[in-house]
Design a protein around this ligand. Sequence first.
Ligand SMILES: CC(C)(COP(=O)(O)OP(=O)(O)OC[C@H]1O[C@@H](n2cnc3c(N)ncnc32)[C@H](O)[C@@H]1OP(=O)(O)O)[C@@H](O)C(=O)NCCC(=O)NCCS
Length: 350
Amino acid sequence: MAGEDGVALPKLPEGVFFDDGELTLSYSEQEPPWAEGLYRQVVWGTRGLRYRLLEPRVMLDALQRSGWVTFLRQTTPIGAYGLVPGIRSWNGERVPAIYRTFLALRPELTGRSLGRVLVAETRRFLQEQLPRGVVFGFIEDDNTASLAISRRAGYVPIASVVAENYAVLRPAAVAGVRRLEAQERERLQDCLETLYAGHDLTDFDQSVVPEQCWVLERGGVWVAALQAERRRFELVDLGYRGWLKRAVPWIPVVRQLVDPRDYRFLWYQHLWFREDQPGAIFDLMQGVLYAMGHRLANLQFDRRSPVYARWRRSGRLGPLAVFRNGFQVMADLRDLAPTGRPILCTTRGA
Ligand SMILES: CC(C)(COP(=O)(O)OP(=O)(O)OC[C@H]1O[C@@H](n2cnc3c(N)ncnc32)[C@H](O)[C@@H]1OP(=O)(O)O)[C@@H](O)C(=O)NCCC(=O)NCCS
């Protein structure tokens, strides 16, 4: 399939691409039937915060189209890895892209170098299949094992991402907040293209999901917009050295906001605001929390983004702001030069 500009979605061949007699790696466009169960068991995160996914199905469906690397030992499934093909911007051009996500082994098999085989051999496969484009994934700053195997396989950091928490104890309704209408999709895409013009890895034509978008309108004029997805985690460990320690002064507030057994929040993406009214985005962020019955939201930005700087200055994140965490974007630029431009963090499911 080729877009208007002739750039085709990367298409990877299905079948076995690694077999050493004991371990097998294969690629398929079908999600393995056991993957959802695996992703329910896996403990994600780092020393700072460890969590399980309560609704992996919702996140897997949010990927829209995805391919899967299946990892078998003899005939037993031991791990999986999602590869999401797309077309993203790079230095103003549209290029084929593969977003790497949902890398996981069965929990009882971690720490035995199996992850290294999975990542390194998959990279070899992708190098053969994608002569030009960008392969990338997000790895939490202190996920030492995942960063080590990614680096060793040859991926390099291209951006450092901050995940901010926005929280409102008692969100109130905000006048002028409404859902985006389906026919307004292109208008929102145009707004986003303009605001994020200097950013790499944008893919608004694919990642804007109109049913999840909201706008704030004042006097018949759009002043802010965003996309919101629901997430539910179970926090298995708040991490003494990280979260819990920093949480101490806030514990009464944290207790009111966070139920570790059912940690619910909204994932805000595609933030847009009028240049002359940046504060409006905070009104919309609160209005959407209210409308969707939530009190927390999480937002990811490249620290170098001027949009991030403007957004951050224009309002207050509330009592959970201290719990920000970071990610490295580890990438393989295939026949493309590094640009040093900020990236847009659309993850669609990770
Ligand atoms: C991340 C994951 C795939 C890594 O696979 P793994 O087989 O456990 O990792 P490996 O045994 O290949 O170890 C990789 C490297 O990390 C190091 N390492 C492993 N566990 C570590 C730990 N707990 N702390 C620090 N380093 C660690 C190893 O020494 C090795 O380093 P080296 O390559 O320099 O020798 C696996 O642990 C997993 O499924 N984790 C849960 C889900 C997850 O975090 N996914 C990644 C999201 S980005």
